[in-house]
Design a binder for this molecule. Structure first.
Ligand code: ZN
Length: 183
């Protein structure tokens, strides 16, 4: 999926797993957020997600500029408070920074010619239950990677995840009466 989707997922995971034991909750947040990336990247096949950039397509360019702007806005809102969830939910995409970075700037890192983190996630989601069970269903979803209209799925998923964040925030905030009674 696209970066904004991974960001909101990271926020939800950090909200869900934050606890008193900082080391333990950070470990759980890191693992769950990292794994969430594999799930979302499999789900990405129902969304508009061509493998290669297409700078000649007006739609591709404007869609990706919108994604970039959304990423910046989301980071402004959530980075300070939820950076750990955000970092680990997006960490595997460091693969593309290394791989495309080498192509664009013409240098070579011999051990980073492959998307290692995505391969690791691929291995987990193909081979290890219960993840492989989920993959069984995800692989049956229609492939809409080249259909521009399928970007609406991404928008819908992000809208749904933002709703989840709002519900979690409302749920965690004590009701005004309970807060007053505690004073
Ligand atoms: Zn990815």
């Amino acid at each position: 999926m696209q970066t904004p989707t991974h960001i909101v997922t990271g926020v939800i995971i950090q909200k869900a797993f934050e606890g008193k034991n900082r080391a333990l909750s950070l470990t759980v947040i890191a693992v769950v957020a990292f794994l969430s990336h594999g799930f979302l990247d499999k789900l990405a096949q129902i969304t508009y997600h061509p493998a290669n950039p297409d700078f000649h397509s007006v739609f591709w360019v404007s869609y990706h500029l919108t994604l970039l702007a959304t990423t910046i806005v989301f980071l402004c809102i959530w980075w300070r408070r939820y950076k750990w969830g955000i970092i680990f939910a997006n960490l595997p995409d460091v693969d593309w920074i290394f791989i495309h970075g080498q192509e664009i700037f013409h240098f070579k890192i011999p051990f980073y010619r492959q998307p290692h983190l995505h391969h690791l996630l691929g291995y987990i989601y193909e081979k290890i239950p219960p993840f492989s069970w989920v993959t069984y269903y995800l692989d049956r979803l229609p492939n809409e990677r080249h259909n521009p209209w399928a970007c609406l799925w991404e928008v819908l998923i992000v809208a749904f995840l933002i709703l989840v964040i709002r519900l979690m925030t409302m749920w965690k905030r004590p009701a005004p009466r309970a807060a007053a009674a505690r004073k």
